[in-house]
Structure formats: structure tokens, C-alpha cells
Design a protein around this ligand. Structure first.
Ligand code: SAM
Length: 243
């Protein structure tokens, strides 16, 4: 990474992730569209469809960043529902809040700066939790999954949308080339920060594959865990329930 090659301990990783998202916050939405050719919108739409969220429910959009999912949930839950956009990074939260306010989304959304590893909410509080492209940035993923399980209501569901392992070898090769060579260049042109996008490529490679993440969710207490491969497994949506 642009921080040099060395063993990264917990505090280093948190500081690195904080630096990356402070740096890219202002250009995050533009970069998402450029890097994924707009496909992230379809992945997010699918997540909403699988969420089963209805009017009056309480939803946590964890590591919610600039609030794409929050905006959609806000419409689904209606005035008497509640959506919490939680993120560890103040810059991302600020960009998200401004964007949603400009869209006229005000009444049923609140913003909380929080670490996924230690969620500041009561037990059994949310009907649905989503974490979209956030889990791979979390240092202690098992702890974060246990924290999500605690704040989910019995009957509630967790959806984890995240980069995963492409199912076919040739796709894997093309994808590796894209993420290690093309992506940092786009990052350099748009944000003048290729290091942050090199971090992104490395974090994708390090993230647990489909079956490993499924096992981690089961270990954290989730039931009926399954996943959907999207775009050949470049991304996967994992879903688990608290019964
Ligand atoms: N969910 C949004 C989306 O899908 O577009 C934003 C995803 S962005 C790639 C990752 C987000 O995770 C950043 O906003 C970052 O600040 C947040 N994040 C990283 N570590 C976190 C943690 N430990 N707890 C909560 N949020 C975290």
C-alpha cells in the first residue's frame, strides 16, 4: 500500500481505513459509478429486494457511507418507520447527510457515528441490518457480526453485500488485473489518491470468500444463512436470520 509494506495491527488498520475514507468521501459516489460501470446500483437494488423491509420497520444501514441504501429504506419504512445510517467516518457521514437532505429525506433518518464492532444500540432493536461494502474494512469482523446479531430483533435479518470470490478462473484473472492496475489509475485521475484505491484492491483480495463468510455468520449466531453470487461472484449478498 502507499503506507509501505509492513504488518498491520488493529490500530494501524483503523487509522488506514479512516485515512482512506476521509480522503475519498467527496468523490465517493462518482468513483463508485466509474469503477463499477454503474453496476453497484443493481447490486444495491437486489439487496433492497431481499431485505423484505416494510412500512413502520426499523433499519440499520451500517457502514452506510453516503447513504444509497438509507435513501431507499427511508421510502420503504415510511413516516412511522426509522432508518439509522451509522458509519465510523465523520467525512462519509457528512457527505451522506448532505446528499439525503438535498433529496428531501429528513424525517425518518438519523445519523450515528459508530464502530461496527461495538454498536451503541439496545439489544433486539432493528428489524433489518445491512452492511454494504463495509465489512471488509472492519478490523474484527467476528466481533462486528456478533454486535449486529445482538442489536437485531428476533425474526430480523442481516444482509451483507460485499466483494467476494469470482466463480470462474478467467473472470478472476481479468478482475485481478482490473483491480490492481486499472482501478488505482482511475483513482489517481479522479481523486489524485491512487494509494486509497490500491488499499481497496488489497482489501478485496483479503476478504473472506463466500463459504468462509457464511461460516462466520453462523458462528456469530445467525440461522438459515445463504448467499447469492452477483456478477459471477465478484460480489455476493449474504443473508442470515436471528430466530
Ligand atoms: N455502504 C456504502 C455503499 O455501499 O456505498 C459505503 C461503503 S464504503 C466502501 C465503506 C464504509 O465503511 C465507509 O464509509 C467507512 O467509513 C465505513 N467503515 C469502515 N470501517 C467501519 C467500522 N469499523 N464501523 C463502521 N463503519 C466502518
Amino acid at each position: 500500500t502507499h503506507f509501505g509494506f509492513r504488518t498491520v495491527d488493529k490500530n494501524d488498520k483503523e487509522a488506514m481505513v479512516a485515512g482512506v475514507f476521509h480522503s475519498v468521501a467527496g468523490k465517493y459516489d462518482l468513483m463508485n459509478d466509474l469503477m463499477s460501470f454503474g453496476i453497484h446500483r443493481a447490486w444495491k437494488r437486489f439487496t433492497i429486494e431481499c431485505s423484505g423491509v416494510r412500512r413502520d420497520q426499523r433499519v440499520l444501514d451500517l457502514a452506510g457511507g453516503t447513504g444509497d441504501l438509507t435513501a431507499k429504506f427511508s421510502r420503504l419504512v415510511g413516516e412511522s418507520g426509522e432508518v439509522v445510517l451509522a458509519d465510523i467516518n465523520a467525512s462519509m457521514l457528512k457527505v451522506g447527510r448532505e446528499k439525503l437532505r438535498n433529496l428531501g429525506i429528513i424525517d425518518n433518518v438519523s445519523y450515528v457515528q459508530a464502530n461496527a464492532e461495538a454498536l451503541p444500540f439496545p439489544d433486539n432493536y432493528f428489524d433489518c441490518i445491512t452492511i454494504s461494502f463495509g465489512l471488509r474494512n472492519v478490523t474484527d469482523k467476528d466481533k462486528a457480526l456478533r454486535s449486529m446479531f445482538r442489536v437485531l430483533k428476533p425474526g430480523g435479518r442481516l444482509l451483507v453485500l460485499e466483494f467476494s470470490k469470482p466463480m470462474l478462473k478467467p473472470l478472476s484473472k481479468v478482475y485481478d488485473f482490473y483491480s490492481f492496475h486499472v482501478l488505482p489509475r482511475i483513482g489517481d485521475m479522479v481523486t489524485k489518491d491512487p494509494g486509497s484505491y490500491r488499499y481497496l484492491a488489497e482489501s478485496i483480495r483479503m476478504h473472506p470468500d463466500q463459504e468462509t463468510l457464511k461460516g462466520m455468520m453462523v458462528d456469530a449466531g445467525f440461522d438459515s444463512v445463504n448467499y447469492f453470487n452477483l456478477t459471477g461472484g465478484i460480489v455476493a449478498l449474504h443473508r442470515g436470520f436471528k430466530f
